[in-house]
Design a binder for this molecule. Structure first.
Ligand code: NAD
Length: 312
């Protein structure tokens, strides 16, 4: 199989590329490195089946040769990144998604969209099933991401209905693991603070919850979703809910740190609760996350420790 992975130099995209290569597929990674990093794919560049093209997929996506599947991951994903790149985020969700769908249509390839739990906004239904339509503020600061992804989903369904493209939509809930950027998300923030002996900045009173899925489990879900070819949307996330405060304490312990916790204001429209209903993923993909939070955090801390030690 020859896969085009947009956003392949990012956190999730680099792990997906690695997994596809390890099972014998060829990967063409298309990325403009706006939030991703060349170092994420440095170890893949020697692989005969891996190619990298630096390109903005919002501008165009002309690929020669065979394409069997288009995995469309390109998009800023962390609040810090999409608030820094608001227009670019809307463009990659709209033009970028259209270009990726056109590529799939022209090559009669399957198409995978990595949507997000953010389409549920600050949810009024808990846990969130795919049938819930969400509670998104369309003019709030986070709307650049939430609405871009909602548009991406609508565009994907239009290509499916109008052009018969074999599309799959997955909605990813917070993932974590090695190669996460220190981009303001809770896990990298707490890990880098704890390793540096700095106070851990918990937002609000820390009682808000997140559901964290280890990246290897997520990538297994993506590969199974491609194999099953389901239309979706399908939630991929870990239904085990953890408060932000408990997460900070767990990371502090794994880091062997004695940093204090400090409390800072929560960002606007920050969701109070996030937890996926993964009944559809269990039923349609035979998928559920397997990595316990403490194991995944230990691997993540170890990666950050090594990376920080090797950063001049
Ligand atoms: P990331 O920022 O690490 O990776 C995104 C990649 O897309 C980066 O390499 C970036 O350079 C690239 N990119 C952005 N705009 C581009 C453009 N116009 N042209 C080409 N490349 C572009 O983020 P991630 O965490 O790896 O997220 C990957 C995908 O998964 C995103 O679509 C995101 O919305 C989705 N997702 C991730 C999470 C999560 O917890 N990580 C949760 C929900 C959804």
């Amino acid at each position: 199989m020859r896969a085009v992975v947009t956003g392949g130099a990012g956190f999730v995209g680099s792990h997906l590329s690695e997994r596809l290569l390890s099972r014998g597929d060829d990967v063409l990674c298309v990325d403009n490195l706006s939030t991703g990093h060349a170092k994420n794919i440095a170890s893949l560049l020697d692989h005969a089946g891996f190619h990298f093209v630096r390109q903005d997929v919002s501008v165009g996506l002309e690929i020669t040769g065979r394409v069997d599947v288009v995995c469309h991951l390109a998009s800023p994903a962390s609040p810090r990144d999409y608030l820094r790149l608001p227009v670019e985020t809307l463009l990659v969700g709209s033009y970028g998604t259209r270009n990726a769908l056109e590529l799939a249509r022209r090559h009669d390839a399957a198409f995978l969209l990595t949507s997000t739990s953010e389409v549920y906004g600050d949810p009024r239904v808990h846990p969130q099933p795919e049938s819930y339509w969400g509670n998104v503020n369309p003019v709030g600061v986070r709307s650049v991401y939430d609405e871009a992804k909602r548009f991406s989903e609508a565009m994907t369904m239009a290509y499916r209905r109008t052009h018969g493209v074999r599309t799959t939509i997955v909605r990813i809930f917070n993932a974590y693991g090695p190669r996460m950027g220190d981009d303001g998300r809770a896990v990298p923030t707490f890990v880098t603070q704890a390793l540096a002996g700095l106070p851990l900045t918990v937002t609000g009173d820390g009682s808000q919850t997140r559901s964290l899925c280890y990246v290897d489990d997520l990538v297994t879900g993506l590969v199974l979703a491609l194999k099953a070819g389901v239309s979706g949307p399908v939630n991929l996330g870990n239904p085990e809910e953890v408060t932000v405060r408990r997460l900070a304490l767990a990371i502090r312990e794994i880091c062997g740190s004695s940093s204090p916790l400090t409390y800072v204001p929560r960002p606007p429209d920050d969701p109070q609760q996030r937890r996926p209903d993964i009944s559809a993923a269990r039923r349609d993909l035979g998928w559920a996350p397997r990595t316990p939070l403490t194991d995944g955090l230990a691997r993540t801390v170890s990666w950050f420790r090594n990376t920080l030690a090797n950063t001049p």
